[in-house]
Design a protein. Structure first.
Ligand code: IMP
Ligand code: MG
Length: 180
């Protein structure tokens, strides 16, 4: 795995420190609200798990799985729900936990999905923000780090289902994905 890495962008220590701050901010901003944390599978699982440990107010946890990429590095813009939420979101203050916002197409679909189900409020919390390739005008209120327009892996984030288990965030060497 290591030989496919171009550059380590954020170490595990730096990530955990940032996620702790994000959890503290959310705990302050959602005090007294009916908080529902929704992790977007599978990329957000490690981030969502760490984040949850630093939220010290009552909250629920649910997961949704969507597919937008297949095994390619390009978004198709077509979003499919692979696993729906277990519980009702009506009246809840929802935070959608994502691994990385790239074009924003996945999230604009999910925002509409939660609006249609009458959530009381909806905000996006993403570990990584890649604004260079944004194709929609979505408001990313909370994010951990901004990343350059490169293919990123690690800390839950994959390329073709691999590299999720790297404890740090790194860019992938171009030759790993360019000839696929
Ligand atoms: P979007 O719809 O283009 O914003 O893409 C969102 C999803 O694409 C993310 O949740 C990721 O799963 C995936 N994605 C976008 N950029 C990257 C990347 O650099 N590495 C790995 N996955 C990515
Ligand atoms: Mg994803």
């Amino acid at each position: 795995m290591k030989e496919d890495i171009k550059e380590v962008l954020f170490s595990e220590e730096v990530i955990v420190d940032k996620v702790k701050q994000m959890g503290e901010t959310l705990s302050r901003n959602y005090k007294g609200k009916d908080l529902l944390v929704v992790g977007v599978l599978k990329g957000s699982v490690i981030f969502a798990s760490e984040l949850l440990k630093h939220i010290d107010i009552p909250c629920e946890l649910d997961f949704i799985a969507v597919s937008s990429y297949g095994n390619s590095t390009q978004t198709s813009g077509v979003v499919r729900i692979l696993k729906d939420l277990d519980n009702d979101v009506e009246g809840k203050d929802v935070i959608i936990v994502e691994d990385i916002v790239d074009t924003g197409l996945t999230l604009s679909y999910l925002l509409k999905y939660f609006e249609d189900r009458n959530a009381n409020s909806i905000e996006i919390v993403t570990l990584l923000n890649k604004p260079a390739r944004r194709k929609t005008n979505i408001d990313v209120k909370y994010y951990g780090f901004e990343v350059p327009d490169e293919f990123i892996v690690g800390y839950g984030i994959d390329y073709a289902e691999k590299y999720r288990n790297l404890p740090f965030i790194a860019s992938l060497k171009e030759e790993v994905y360019s000839n696929k």
